[in-house]
Design a protein around this ligand. Structure first.
Ligand code: CP
Ligand code: NVA
Length: 313
C-alpha cells in the first residue's frame, strides 16, 4: 500500500485534533498503520533523512519524549532535546526569539507546555510545524495513538461506544475531538466541577460529535466497548491533590468494572498511572487491558504525524 500522504498536512501545525478535517485525521491513522506494518516487515524507509526536530519540555515525559526521538531516528532523521532548564524560555529569552532561532535550524518543533497559549504563541512565530506534545488543554498525539489502537483492536471506529471516566482534562478534551472524527459515541463520567471545557464540547457538537456527560461512572461503563481513564491530578495540579482525591473517590477502576463492558470491551489508560487513584494495578495488567498497546502505538502515531507534517505530499 502507498502511504496515504496528503498535501494538506504538509507544513501545518498540529496543536489540536479539532484543526484537522476528518479525512486528515484518518490519513494520520492510516499513515501510522502503514508505517507500523512496514517496520514489522523489515522495511526501513528513510522518509525523514536529514530532517531534524527540536523537542521542548516544560513538564516530565517518558512516552512522548522517547517515541518522538525514536520515530525521528527510525525514519532517518534526528531530534534535539531542549528542556525548560536548558532554554529558559519566557525567562532567559522570549518565546518569539526561541521560535525565530529554532526555525533557522530545524524542520519541526514538538513542545510540551503548561499553558496552551505558549504553544499557540510558539506556532504563531515559528515558520516550521509545531506539534503539541501535551498542554494543559489538549493531548492530540495521545489520542492518535489510542485510536490507532482501537482501529487495530476493533477494525472500525464508527460503531464504538467509548466511556471516559475521570477528570475533564487535556486527555478528555482530545477524546472529544477524536470521537468526533471517528464517529464514535463518547460518554464522559466526571464529578460536578470537573467537566470538560464547554467551548470544546460545543464546538465538537456543532461538528456532529455524539458526547454525553454522566455523573455515575459505573453507568458510563455499562455496555461500553472502551473504558478509558487518566490521572485525577494532572501535571501542574499537585496543590489540588487532596480536593481531587475526595471528589473522585468513587472513580477508582478495578477489574470488577470490566463486567459492565460489552463482550468485546477493553480498558485503556494513557499512562503514567497513579495506582490506587484512577485505577488499580490489576486493571492495567488485566487481560482486557490494551494499555501497553497504546504506549507502543505512540511510536507509530508519531511517525504518521512527522511524515505527514514534515514530508507529506
Ligand atoms: N501518555 C503520555 O503522554 O506519557 P508521557 O507523559 O510519559 O509522555
Ligand atoms: N492528564 C495528564 C496526562 C499525562 C500524560 C497530565 O496532564 O498530567
Amino acid at each position: 500500500m502507498d502511504l496515504p500522504l496528503t498535501t494538506s498536512l504538509r507544513g501545518r501545525d498540529l496543536l489540536s485534533l479539532a484543526d484537522l478535517t476528518t479525512d486528515e485525521f484518518h490519513a494520520l491513522l492510516d499513515t501510522a498503520l502503514e508505517l507500523k506494518r512496514r517496520w514489522r516487515d523489515g522495511d526501513r524507509p528513510r522518509l525523514l533523512e536529514h530532517l531534524t526536530i527540536a523537542m521542548i519540555f516544560e513538564k516530565q515525559s517518558l512516552r512522548t519524549r522517547s517515541t518522538f526521538d525514536i520515530a525521528m531516528y527510525q525514519l532517518g532523521g534526528h531530534s534535539v532535546l531542549l528542556s525548560q532548564n536548558y532554554i529558559g524560555w519566557g525567562v532567559r529569552e522570549t518565546i518569539r526569539d526561541v521560535a525565530h532561532n529554532l526555525e533557522r535550524w530545524v524542520d519541526g518543533i514538538m513542545a510540551r507546555t503548561y499553558g496552551h497559549g505558549t504553544l499557540t504563541e510558539l506556532a504563531e512565530h515559528a515558520s516550521v510545524p509545531v506539534i503539541n506534545g501535551l498542554s494543559d488543554l489538549l493531548h492530540p498525539c495521545q489520542l492518535l495513538a489510542d485510536y490507532l489502537t482501537l482501529k487495530e483492536t476493533f477494525g472500525r471506529l464508527d460503531d464504538l461506544t467509548v466511556a471516559f471516566v475521570g477528570d475533564g482534562n487535556n486527555v478528555c478534551h482530545s477524546h472529544v475531538h477524536a470521537a468526533m472524527h471517528a464517529g464514535a459515541r463518547l460518554r464522559i463520567a466526571c464529578p460536578e466541577g470537573f467537566d470538560p471545557d464547554e467551548g470544546v464540547l460545543a464546538a465538537a457538537r456543532s461538528r456532529g460529535a455524539d458526547v454525553t456527560i454522566v455523573r455515575d461512572p459505573r453507568a458510563a461503563a455499562r455496555g461500553a466497548d472502551v473504558l478509558y481513564t487518566d490521572v485525577w491530578i494532572s501535571m501542574g495540579q499537585e496543590e489540588e491533590a487532596e480536593r481531587r482525591r475526595q471528589a473522585f473517590a468513587d472513580y477508582t477502576i478495578t477489574p470488577a468494572w470490566f463486567e459492565e463492558l460489552s463482550h468485546r470491551g477493553v480498558f485503556m489508560h494513557d499512562l503514567p498511572a497513579h495506582y490506587g487513584e484512577e485505577c488499580t494495578e490489576e486493571a492495567v495488567y488485566h487481560e482486557r487491558s490494551v494499555v501497553f498497546d497504546q504506549a507502543e502505538n505512540r511510536l507509530h502515531a508519531q511517525k504518521g504525524v512527522l511524515v505527514q507534517l514534515l514530508a507529506g505530499g
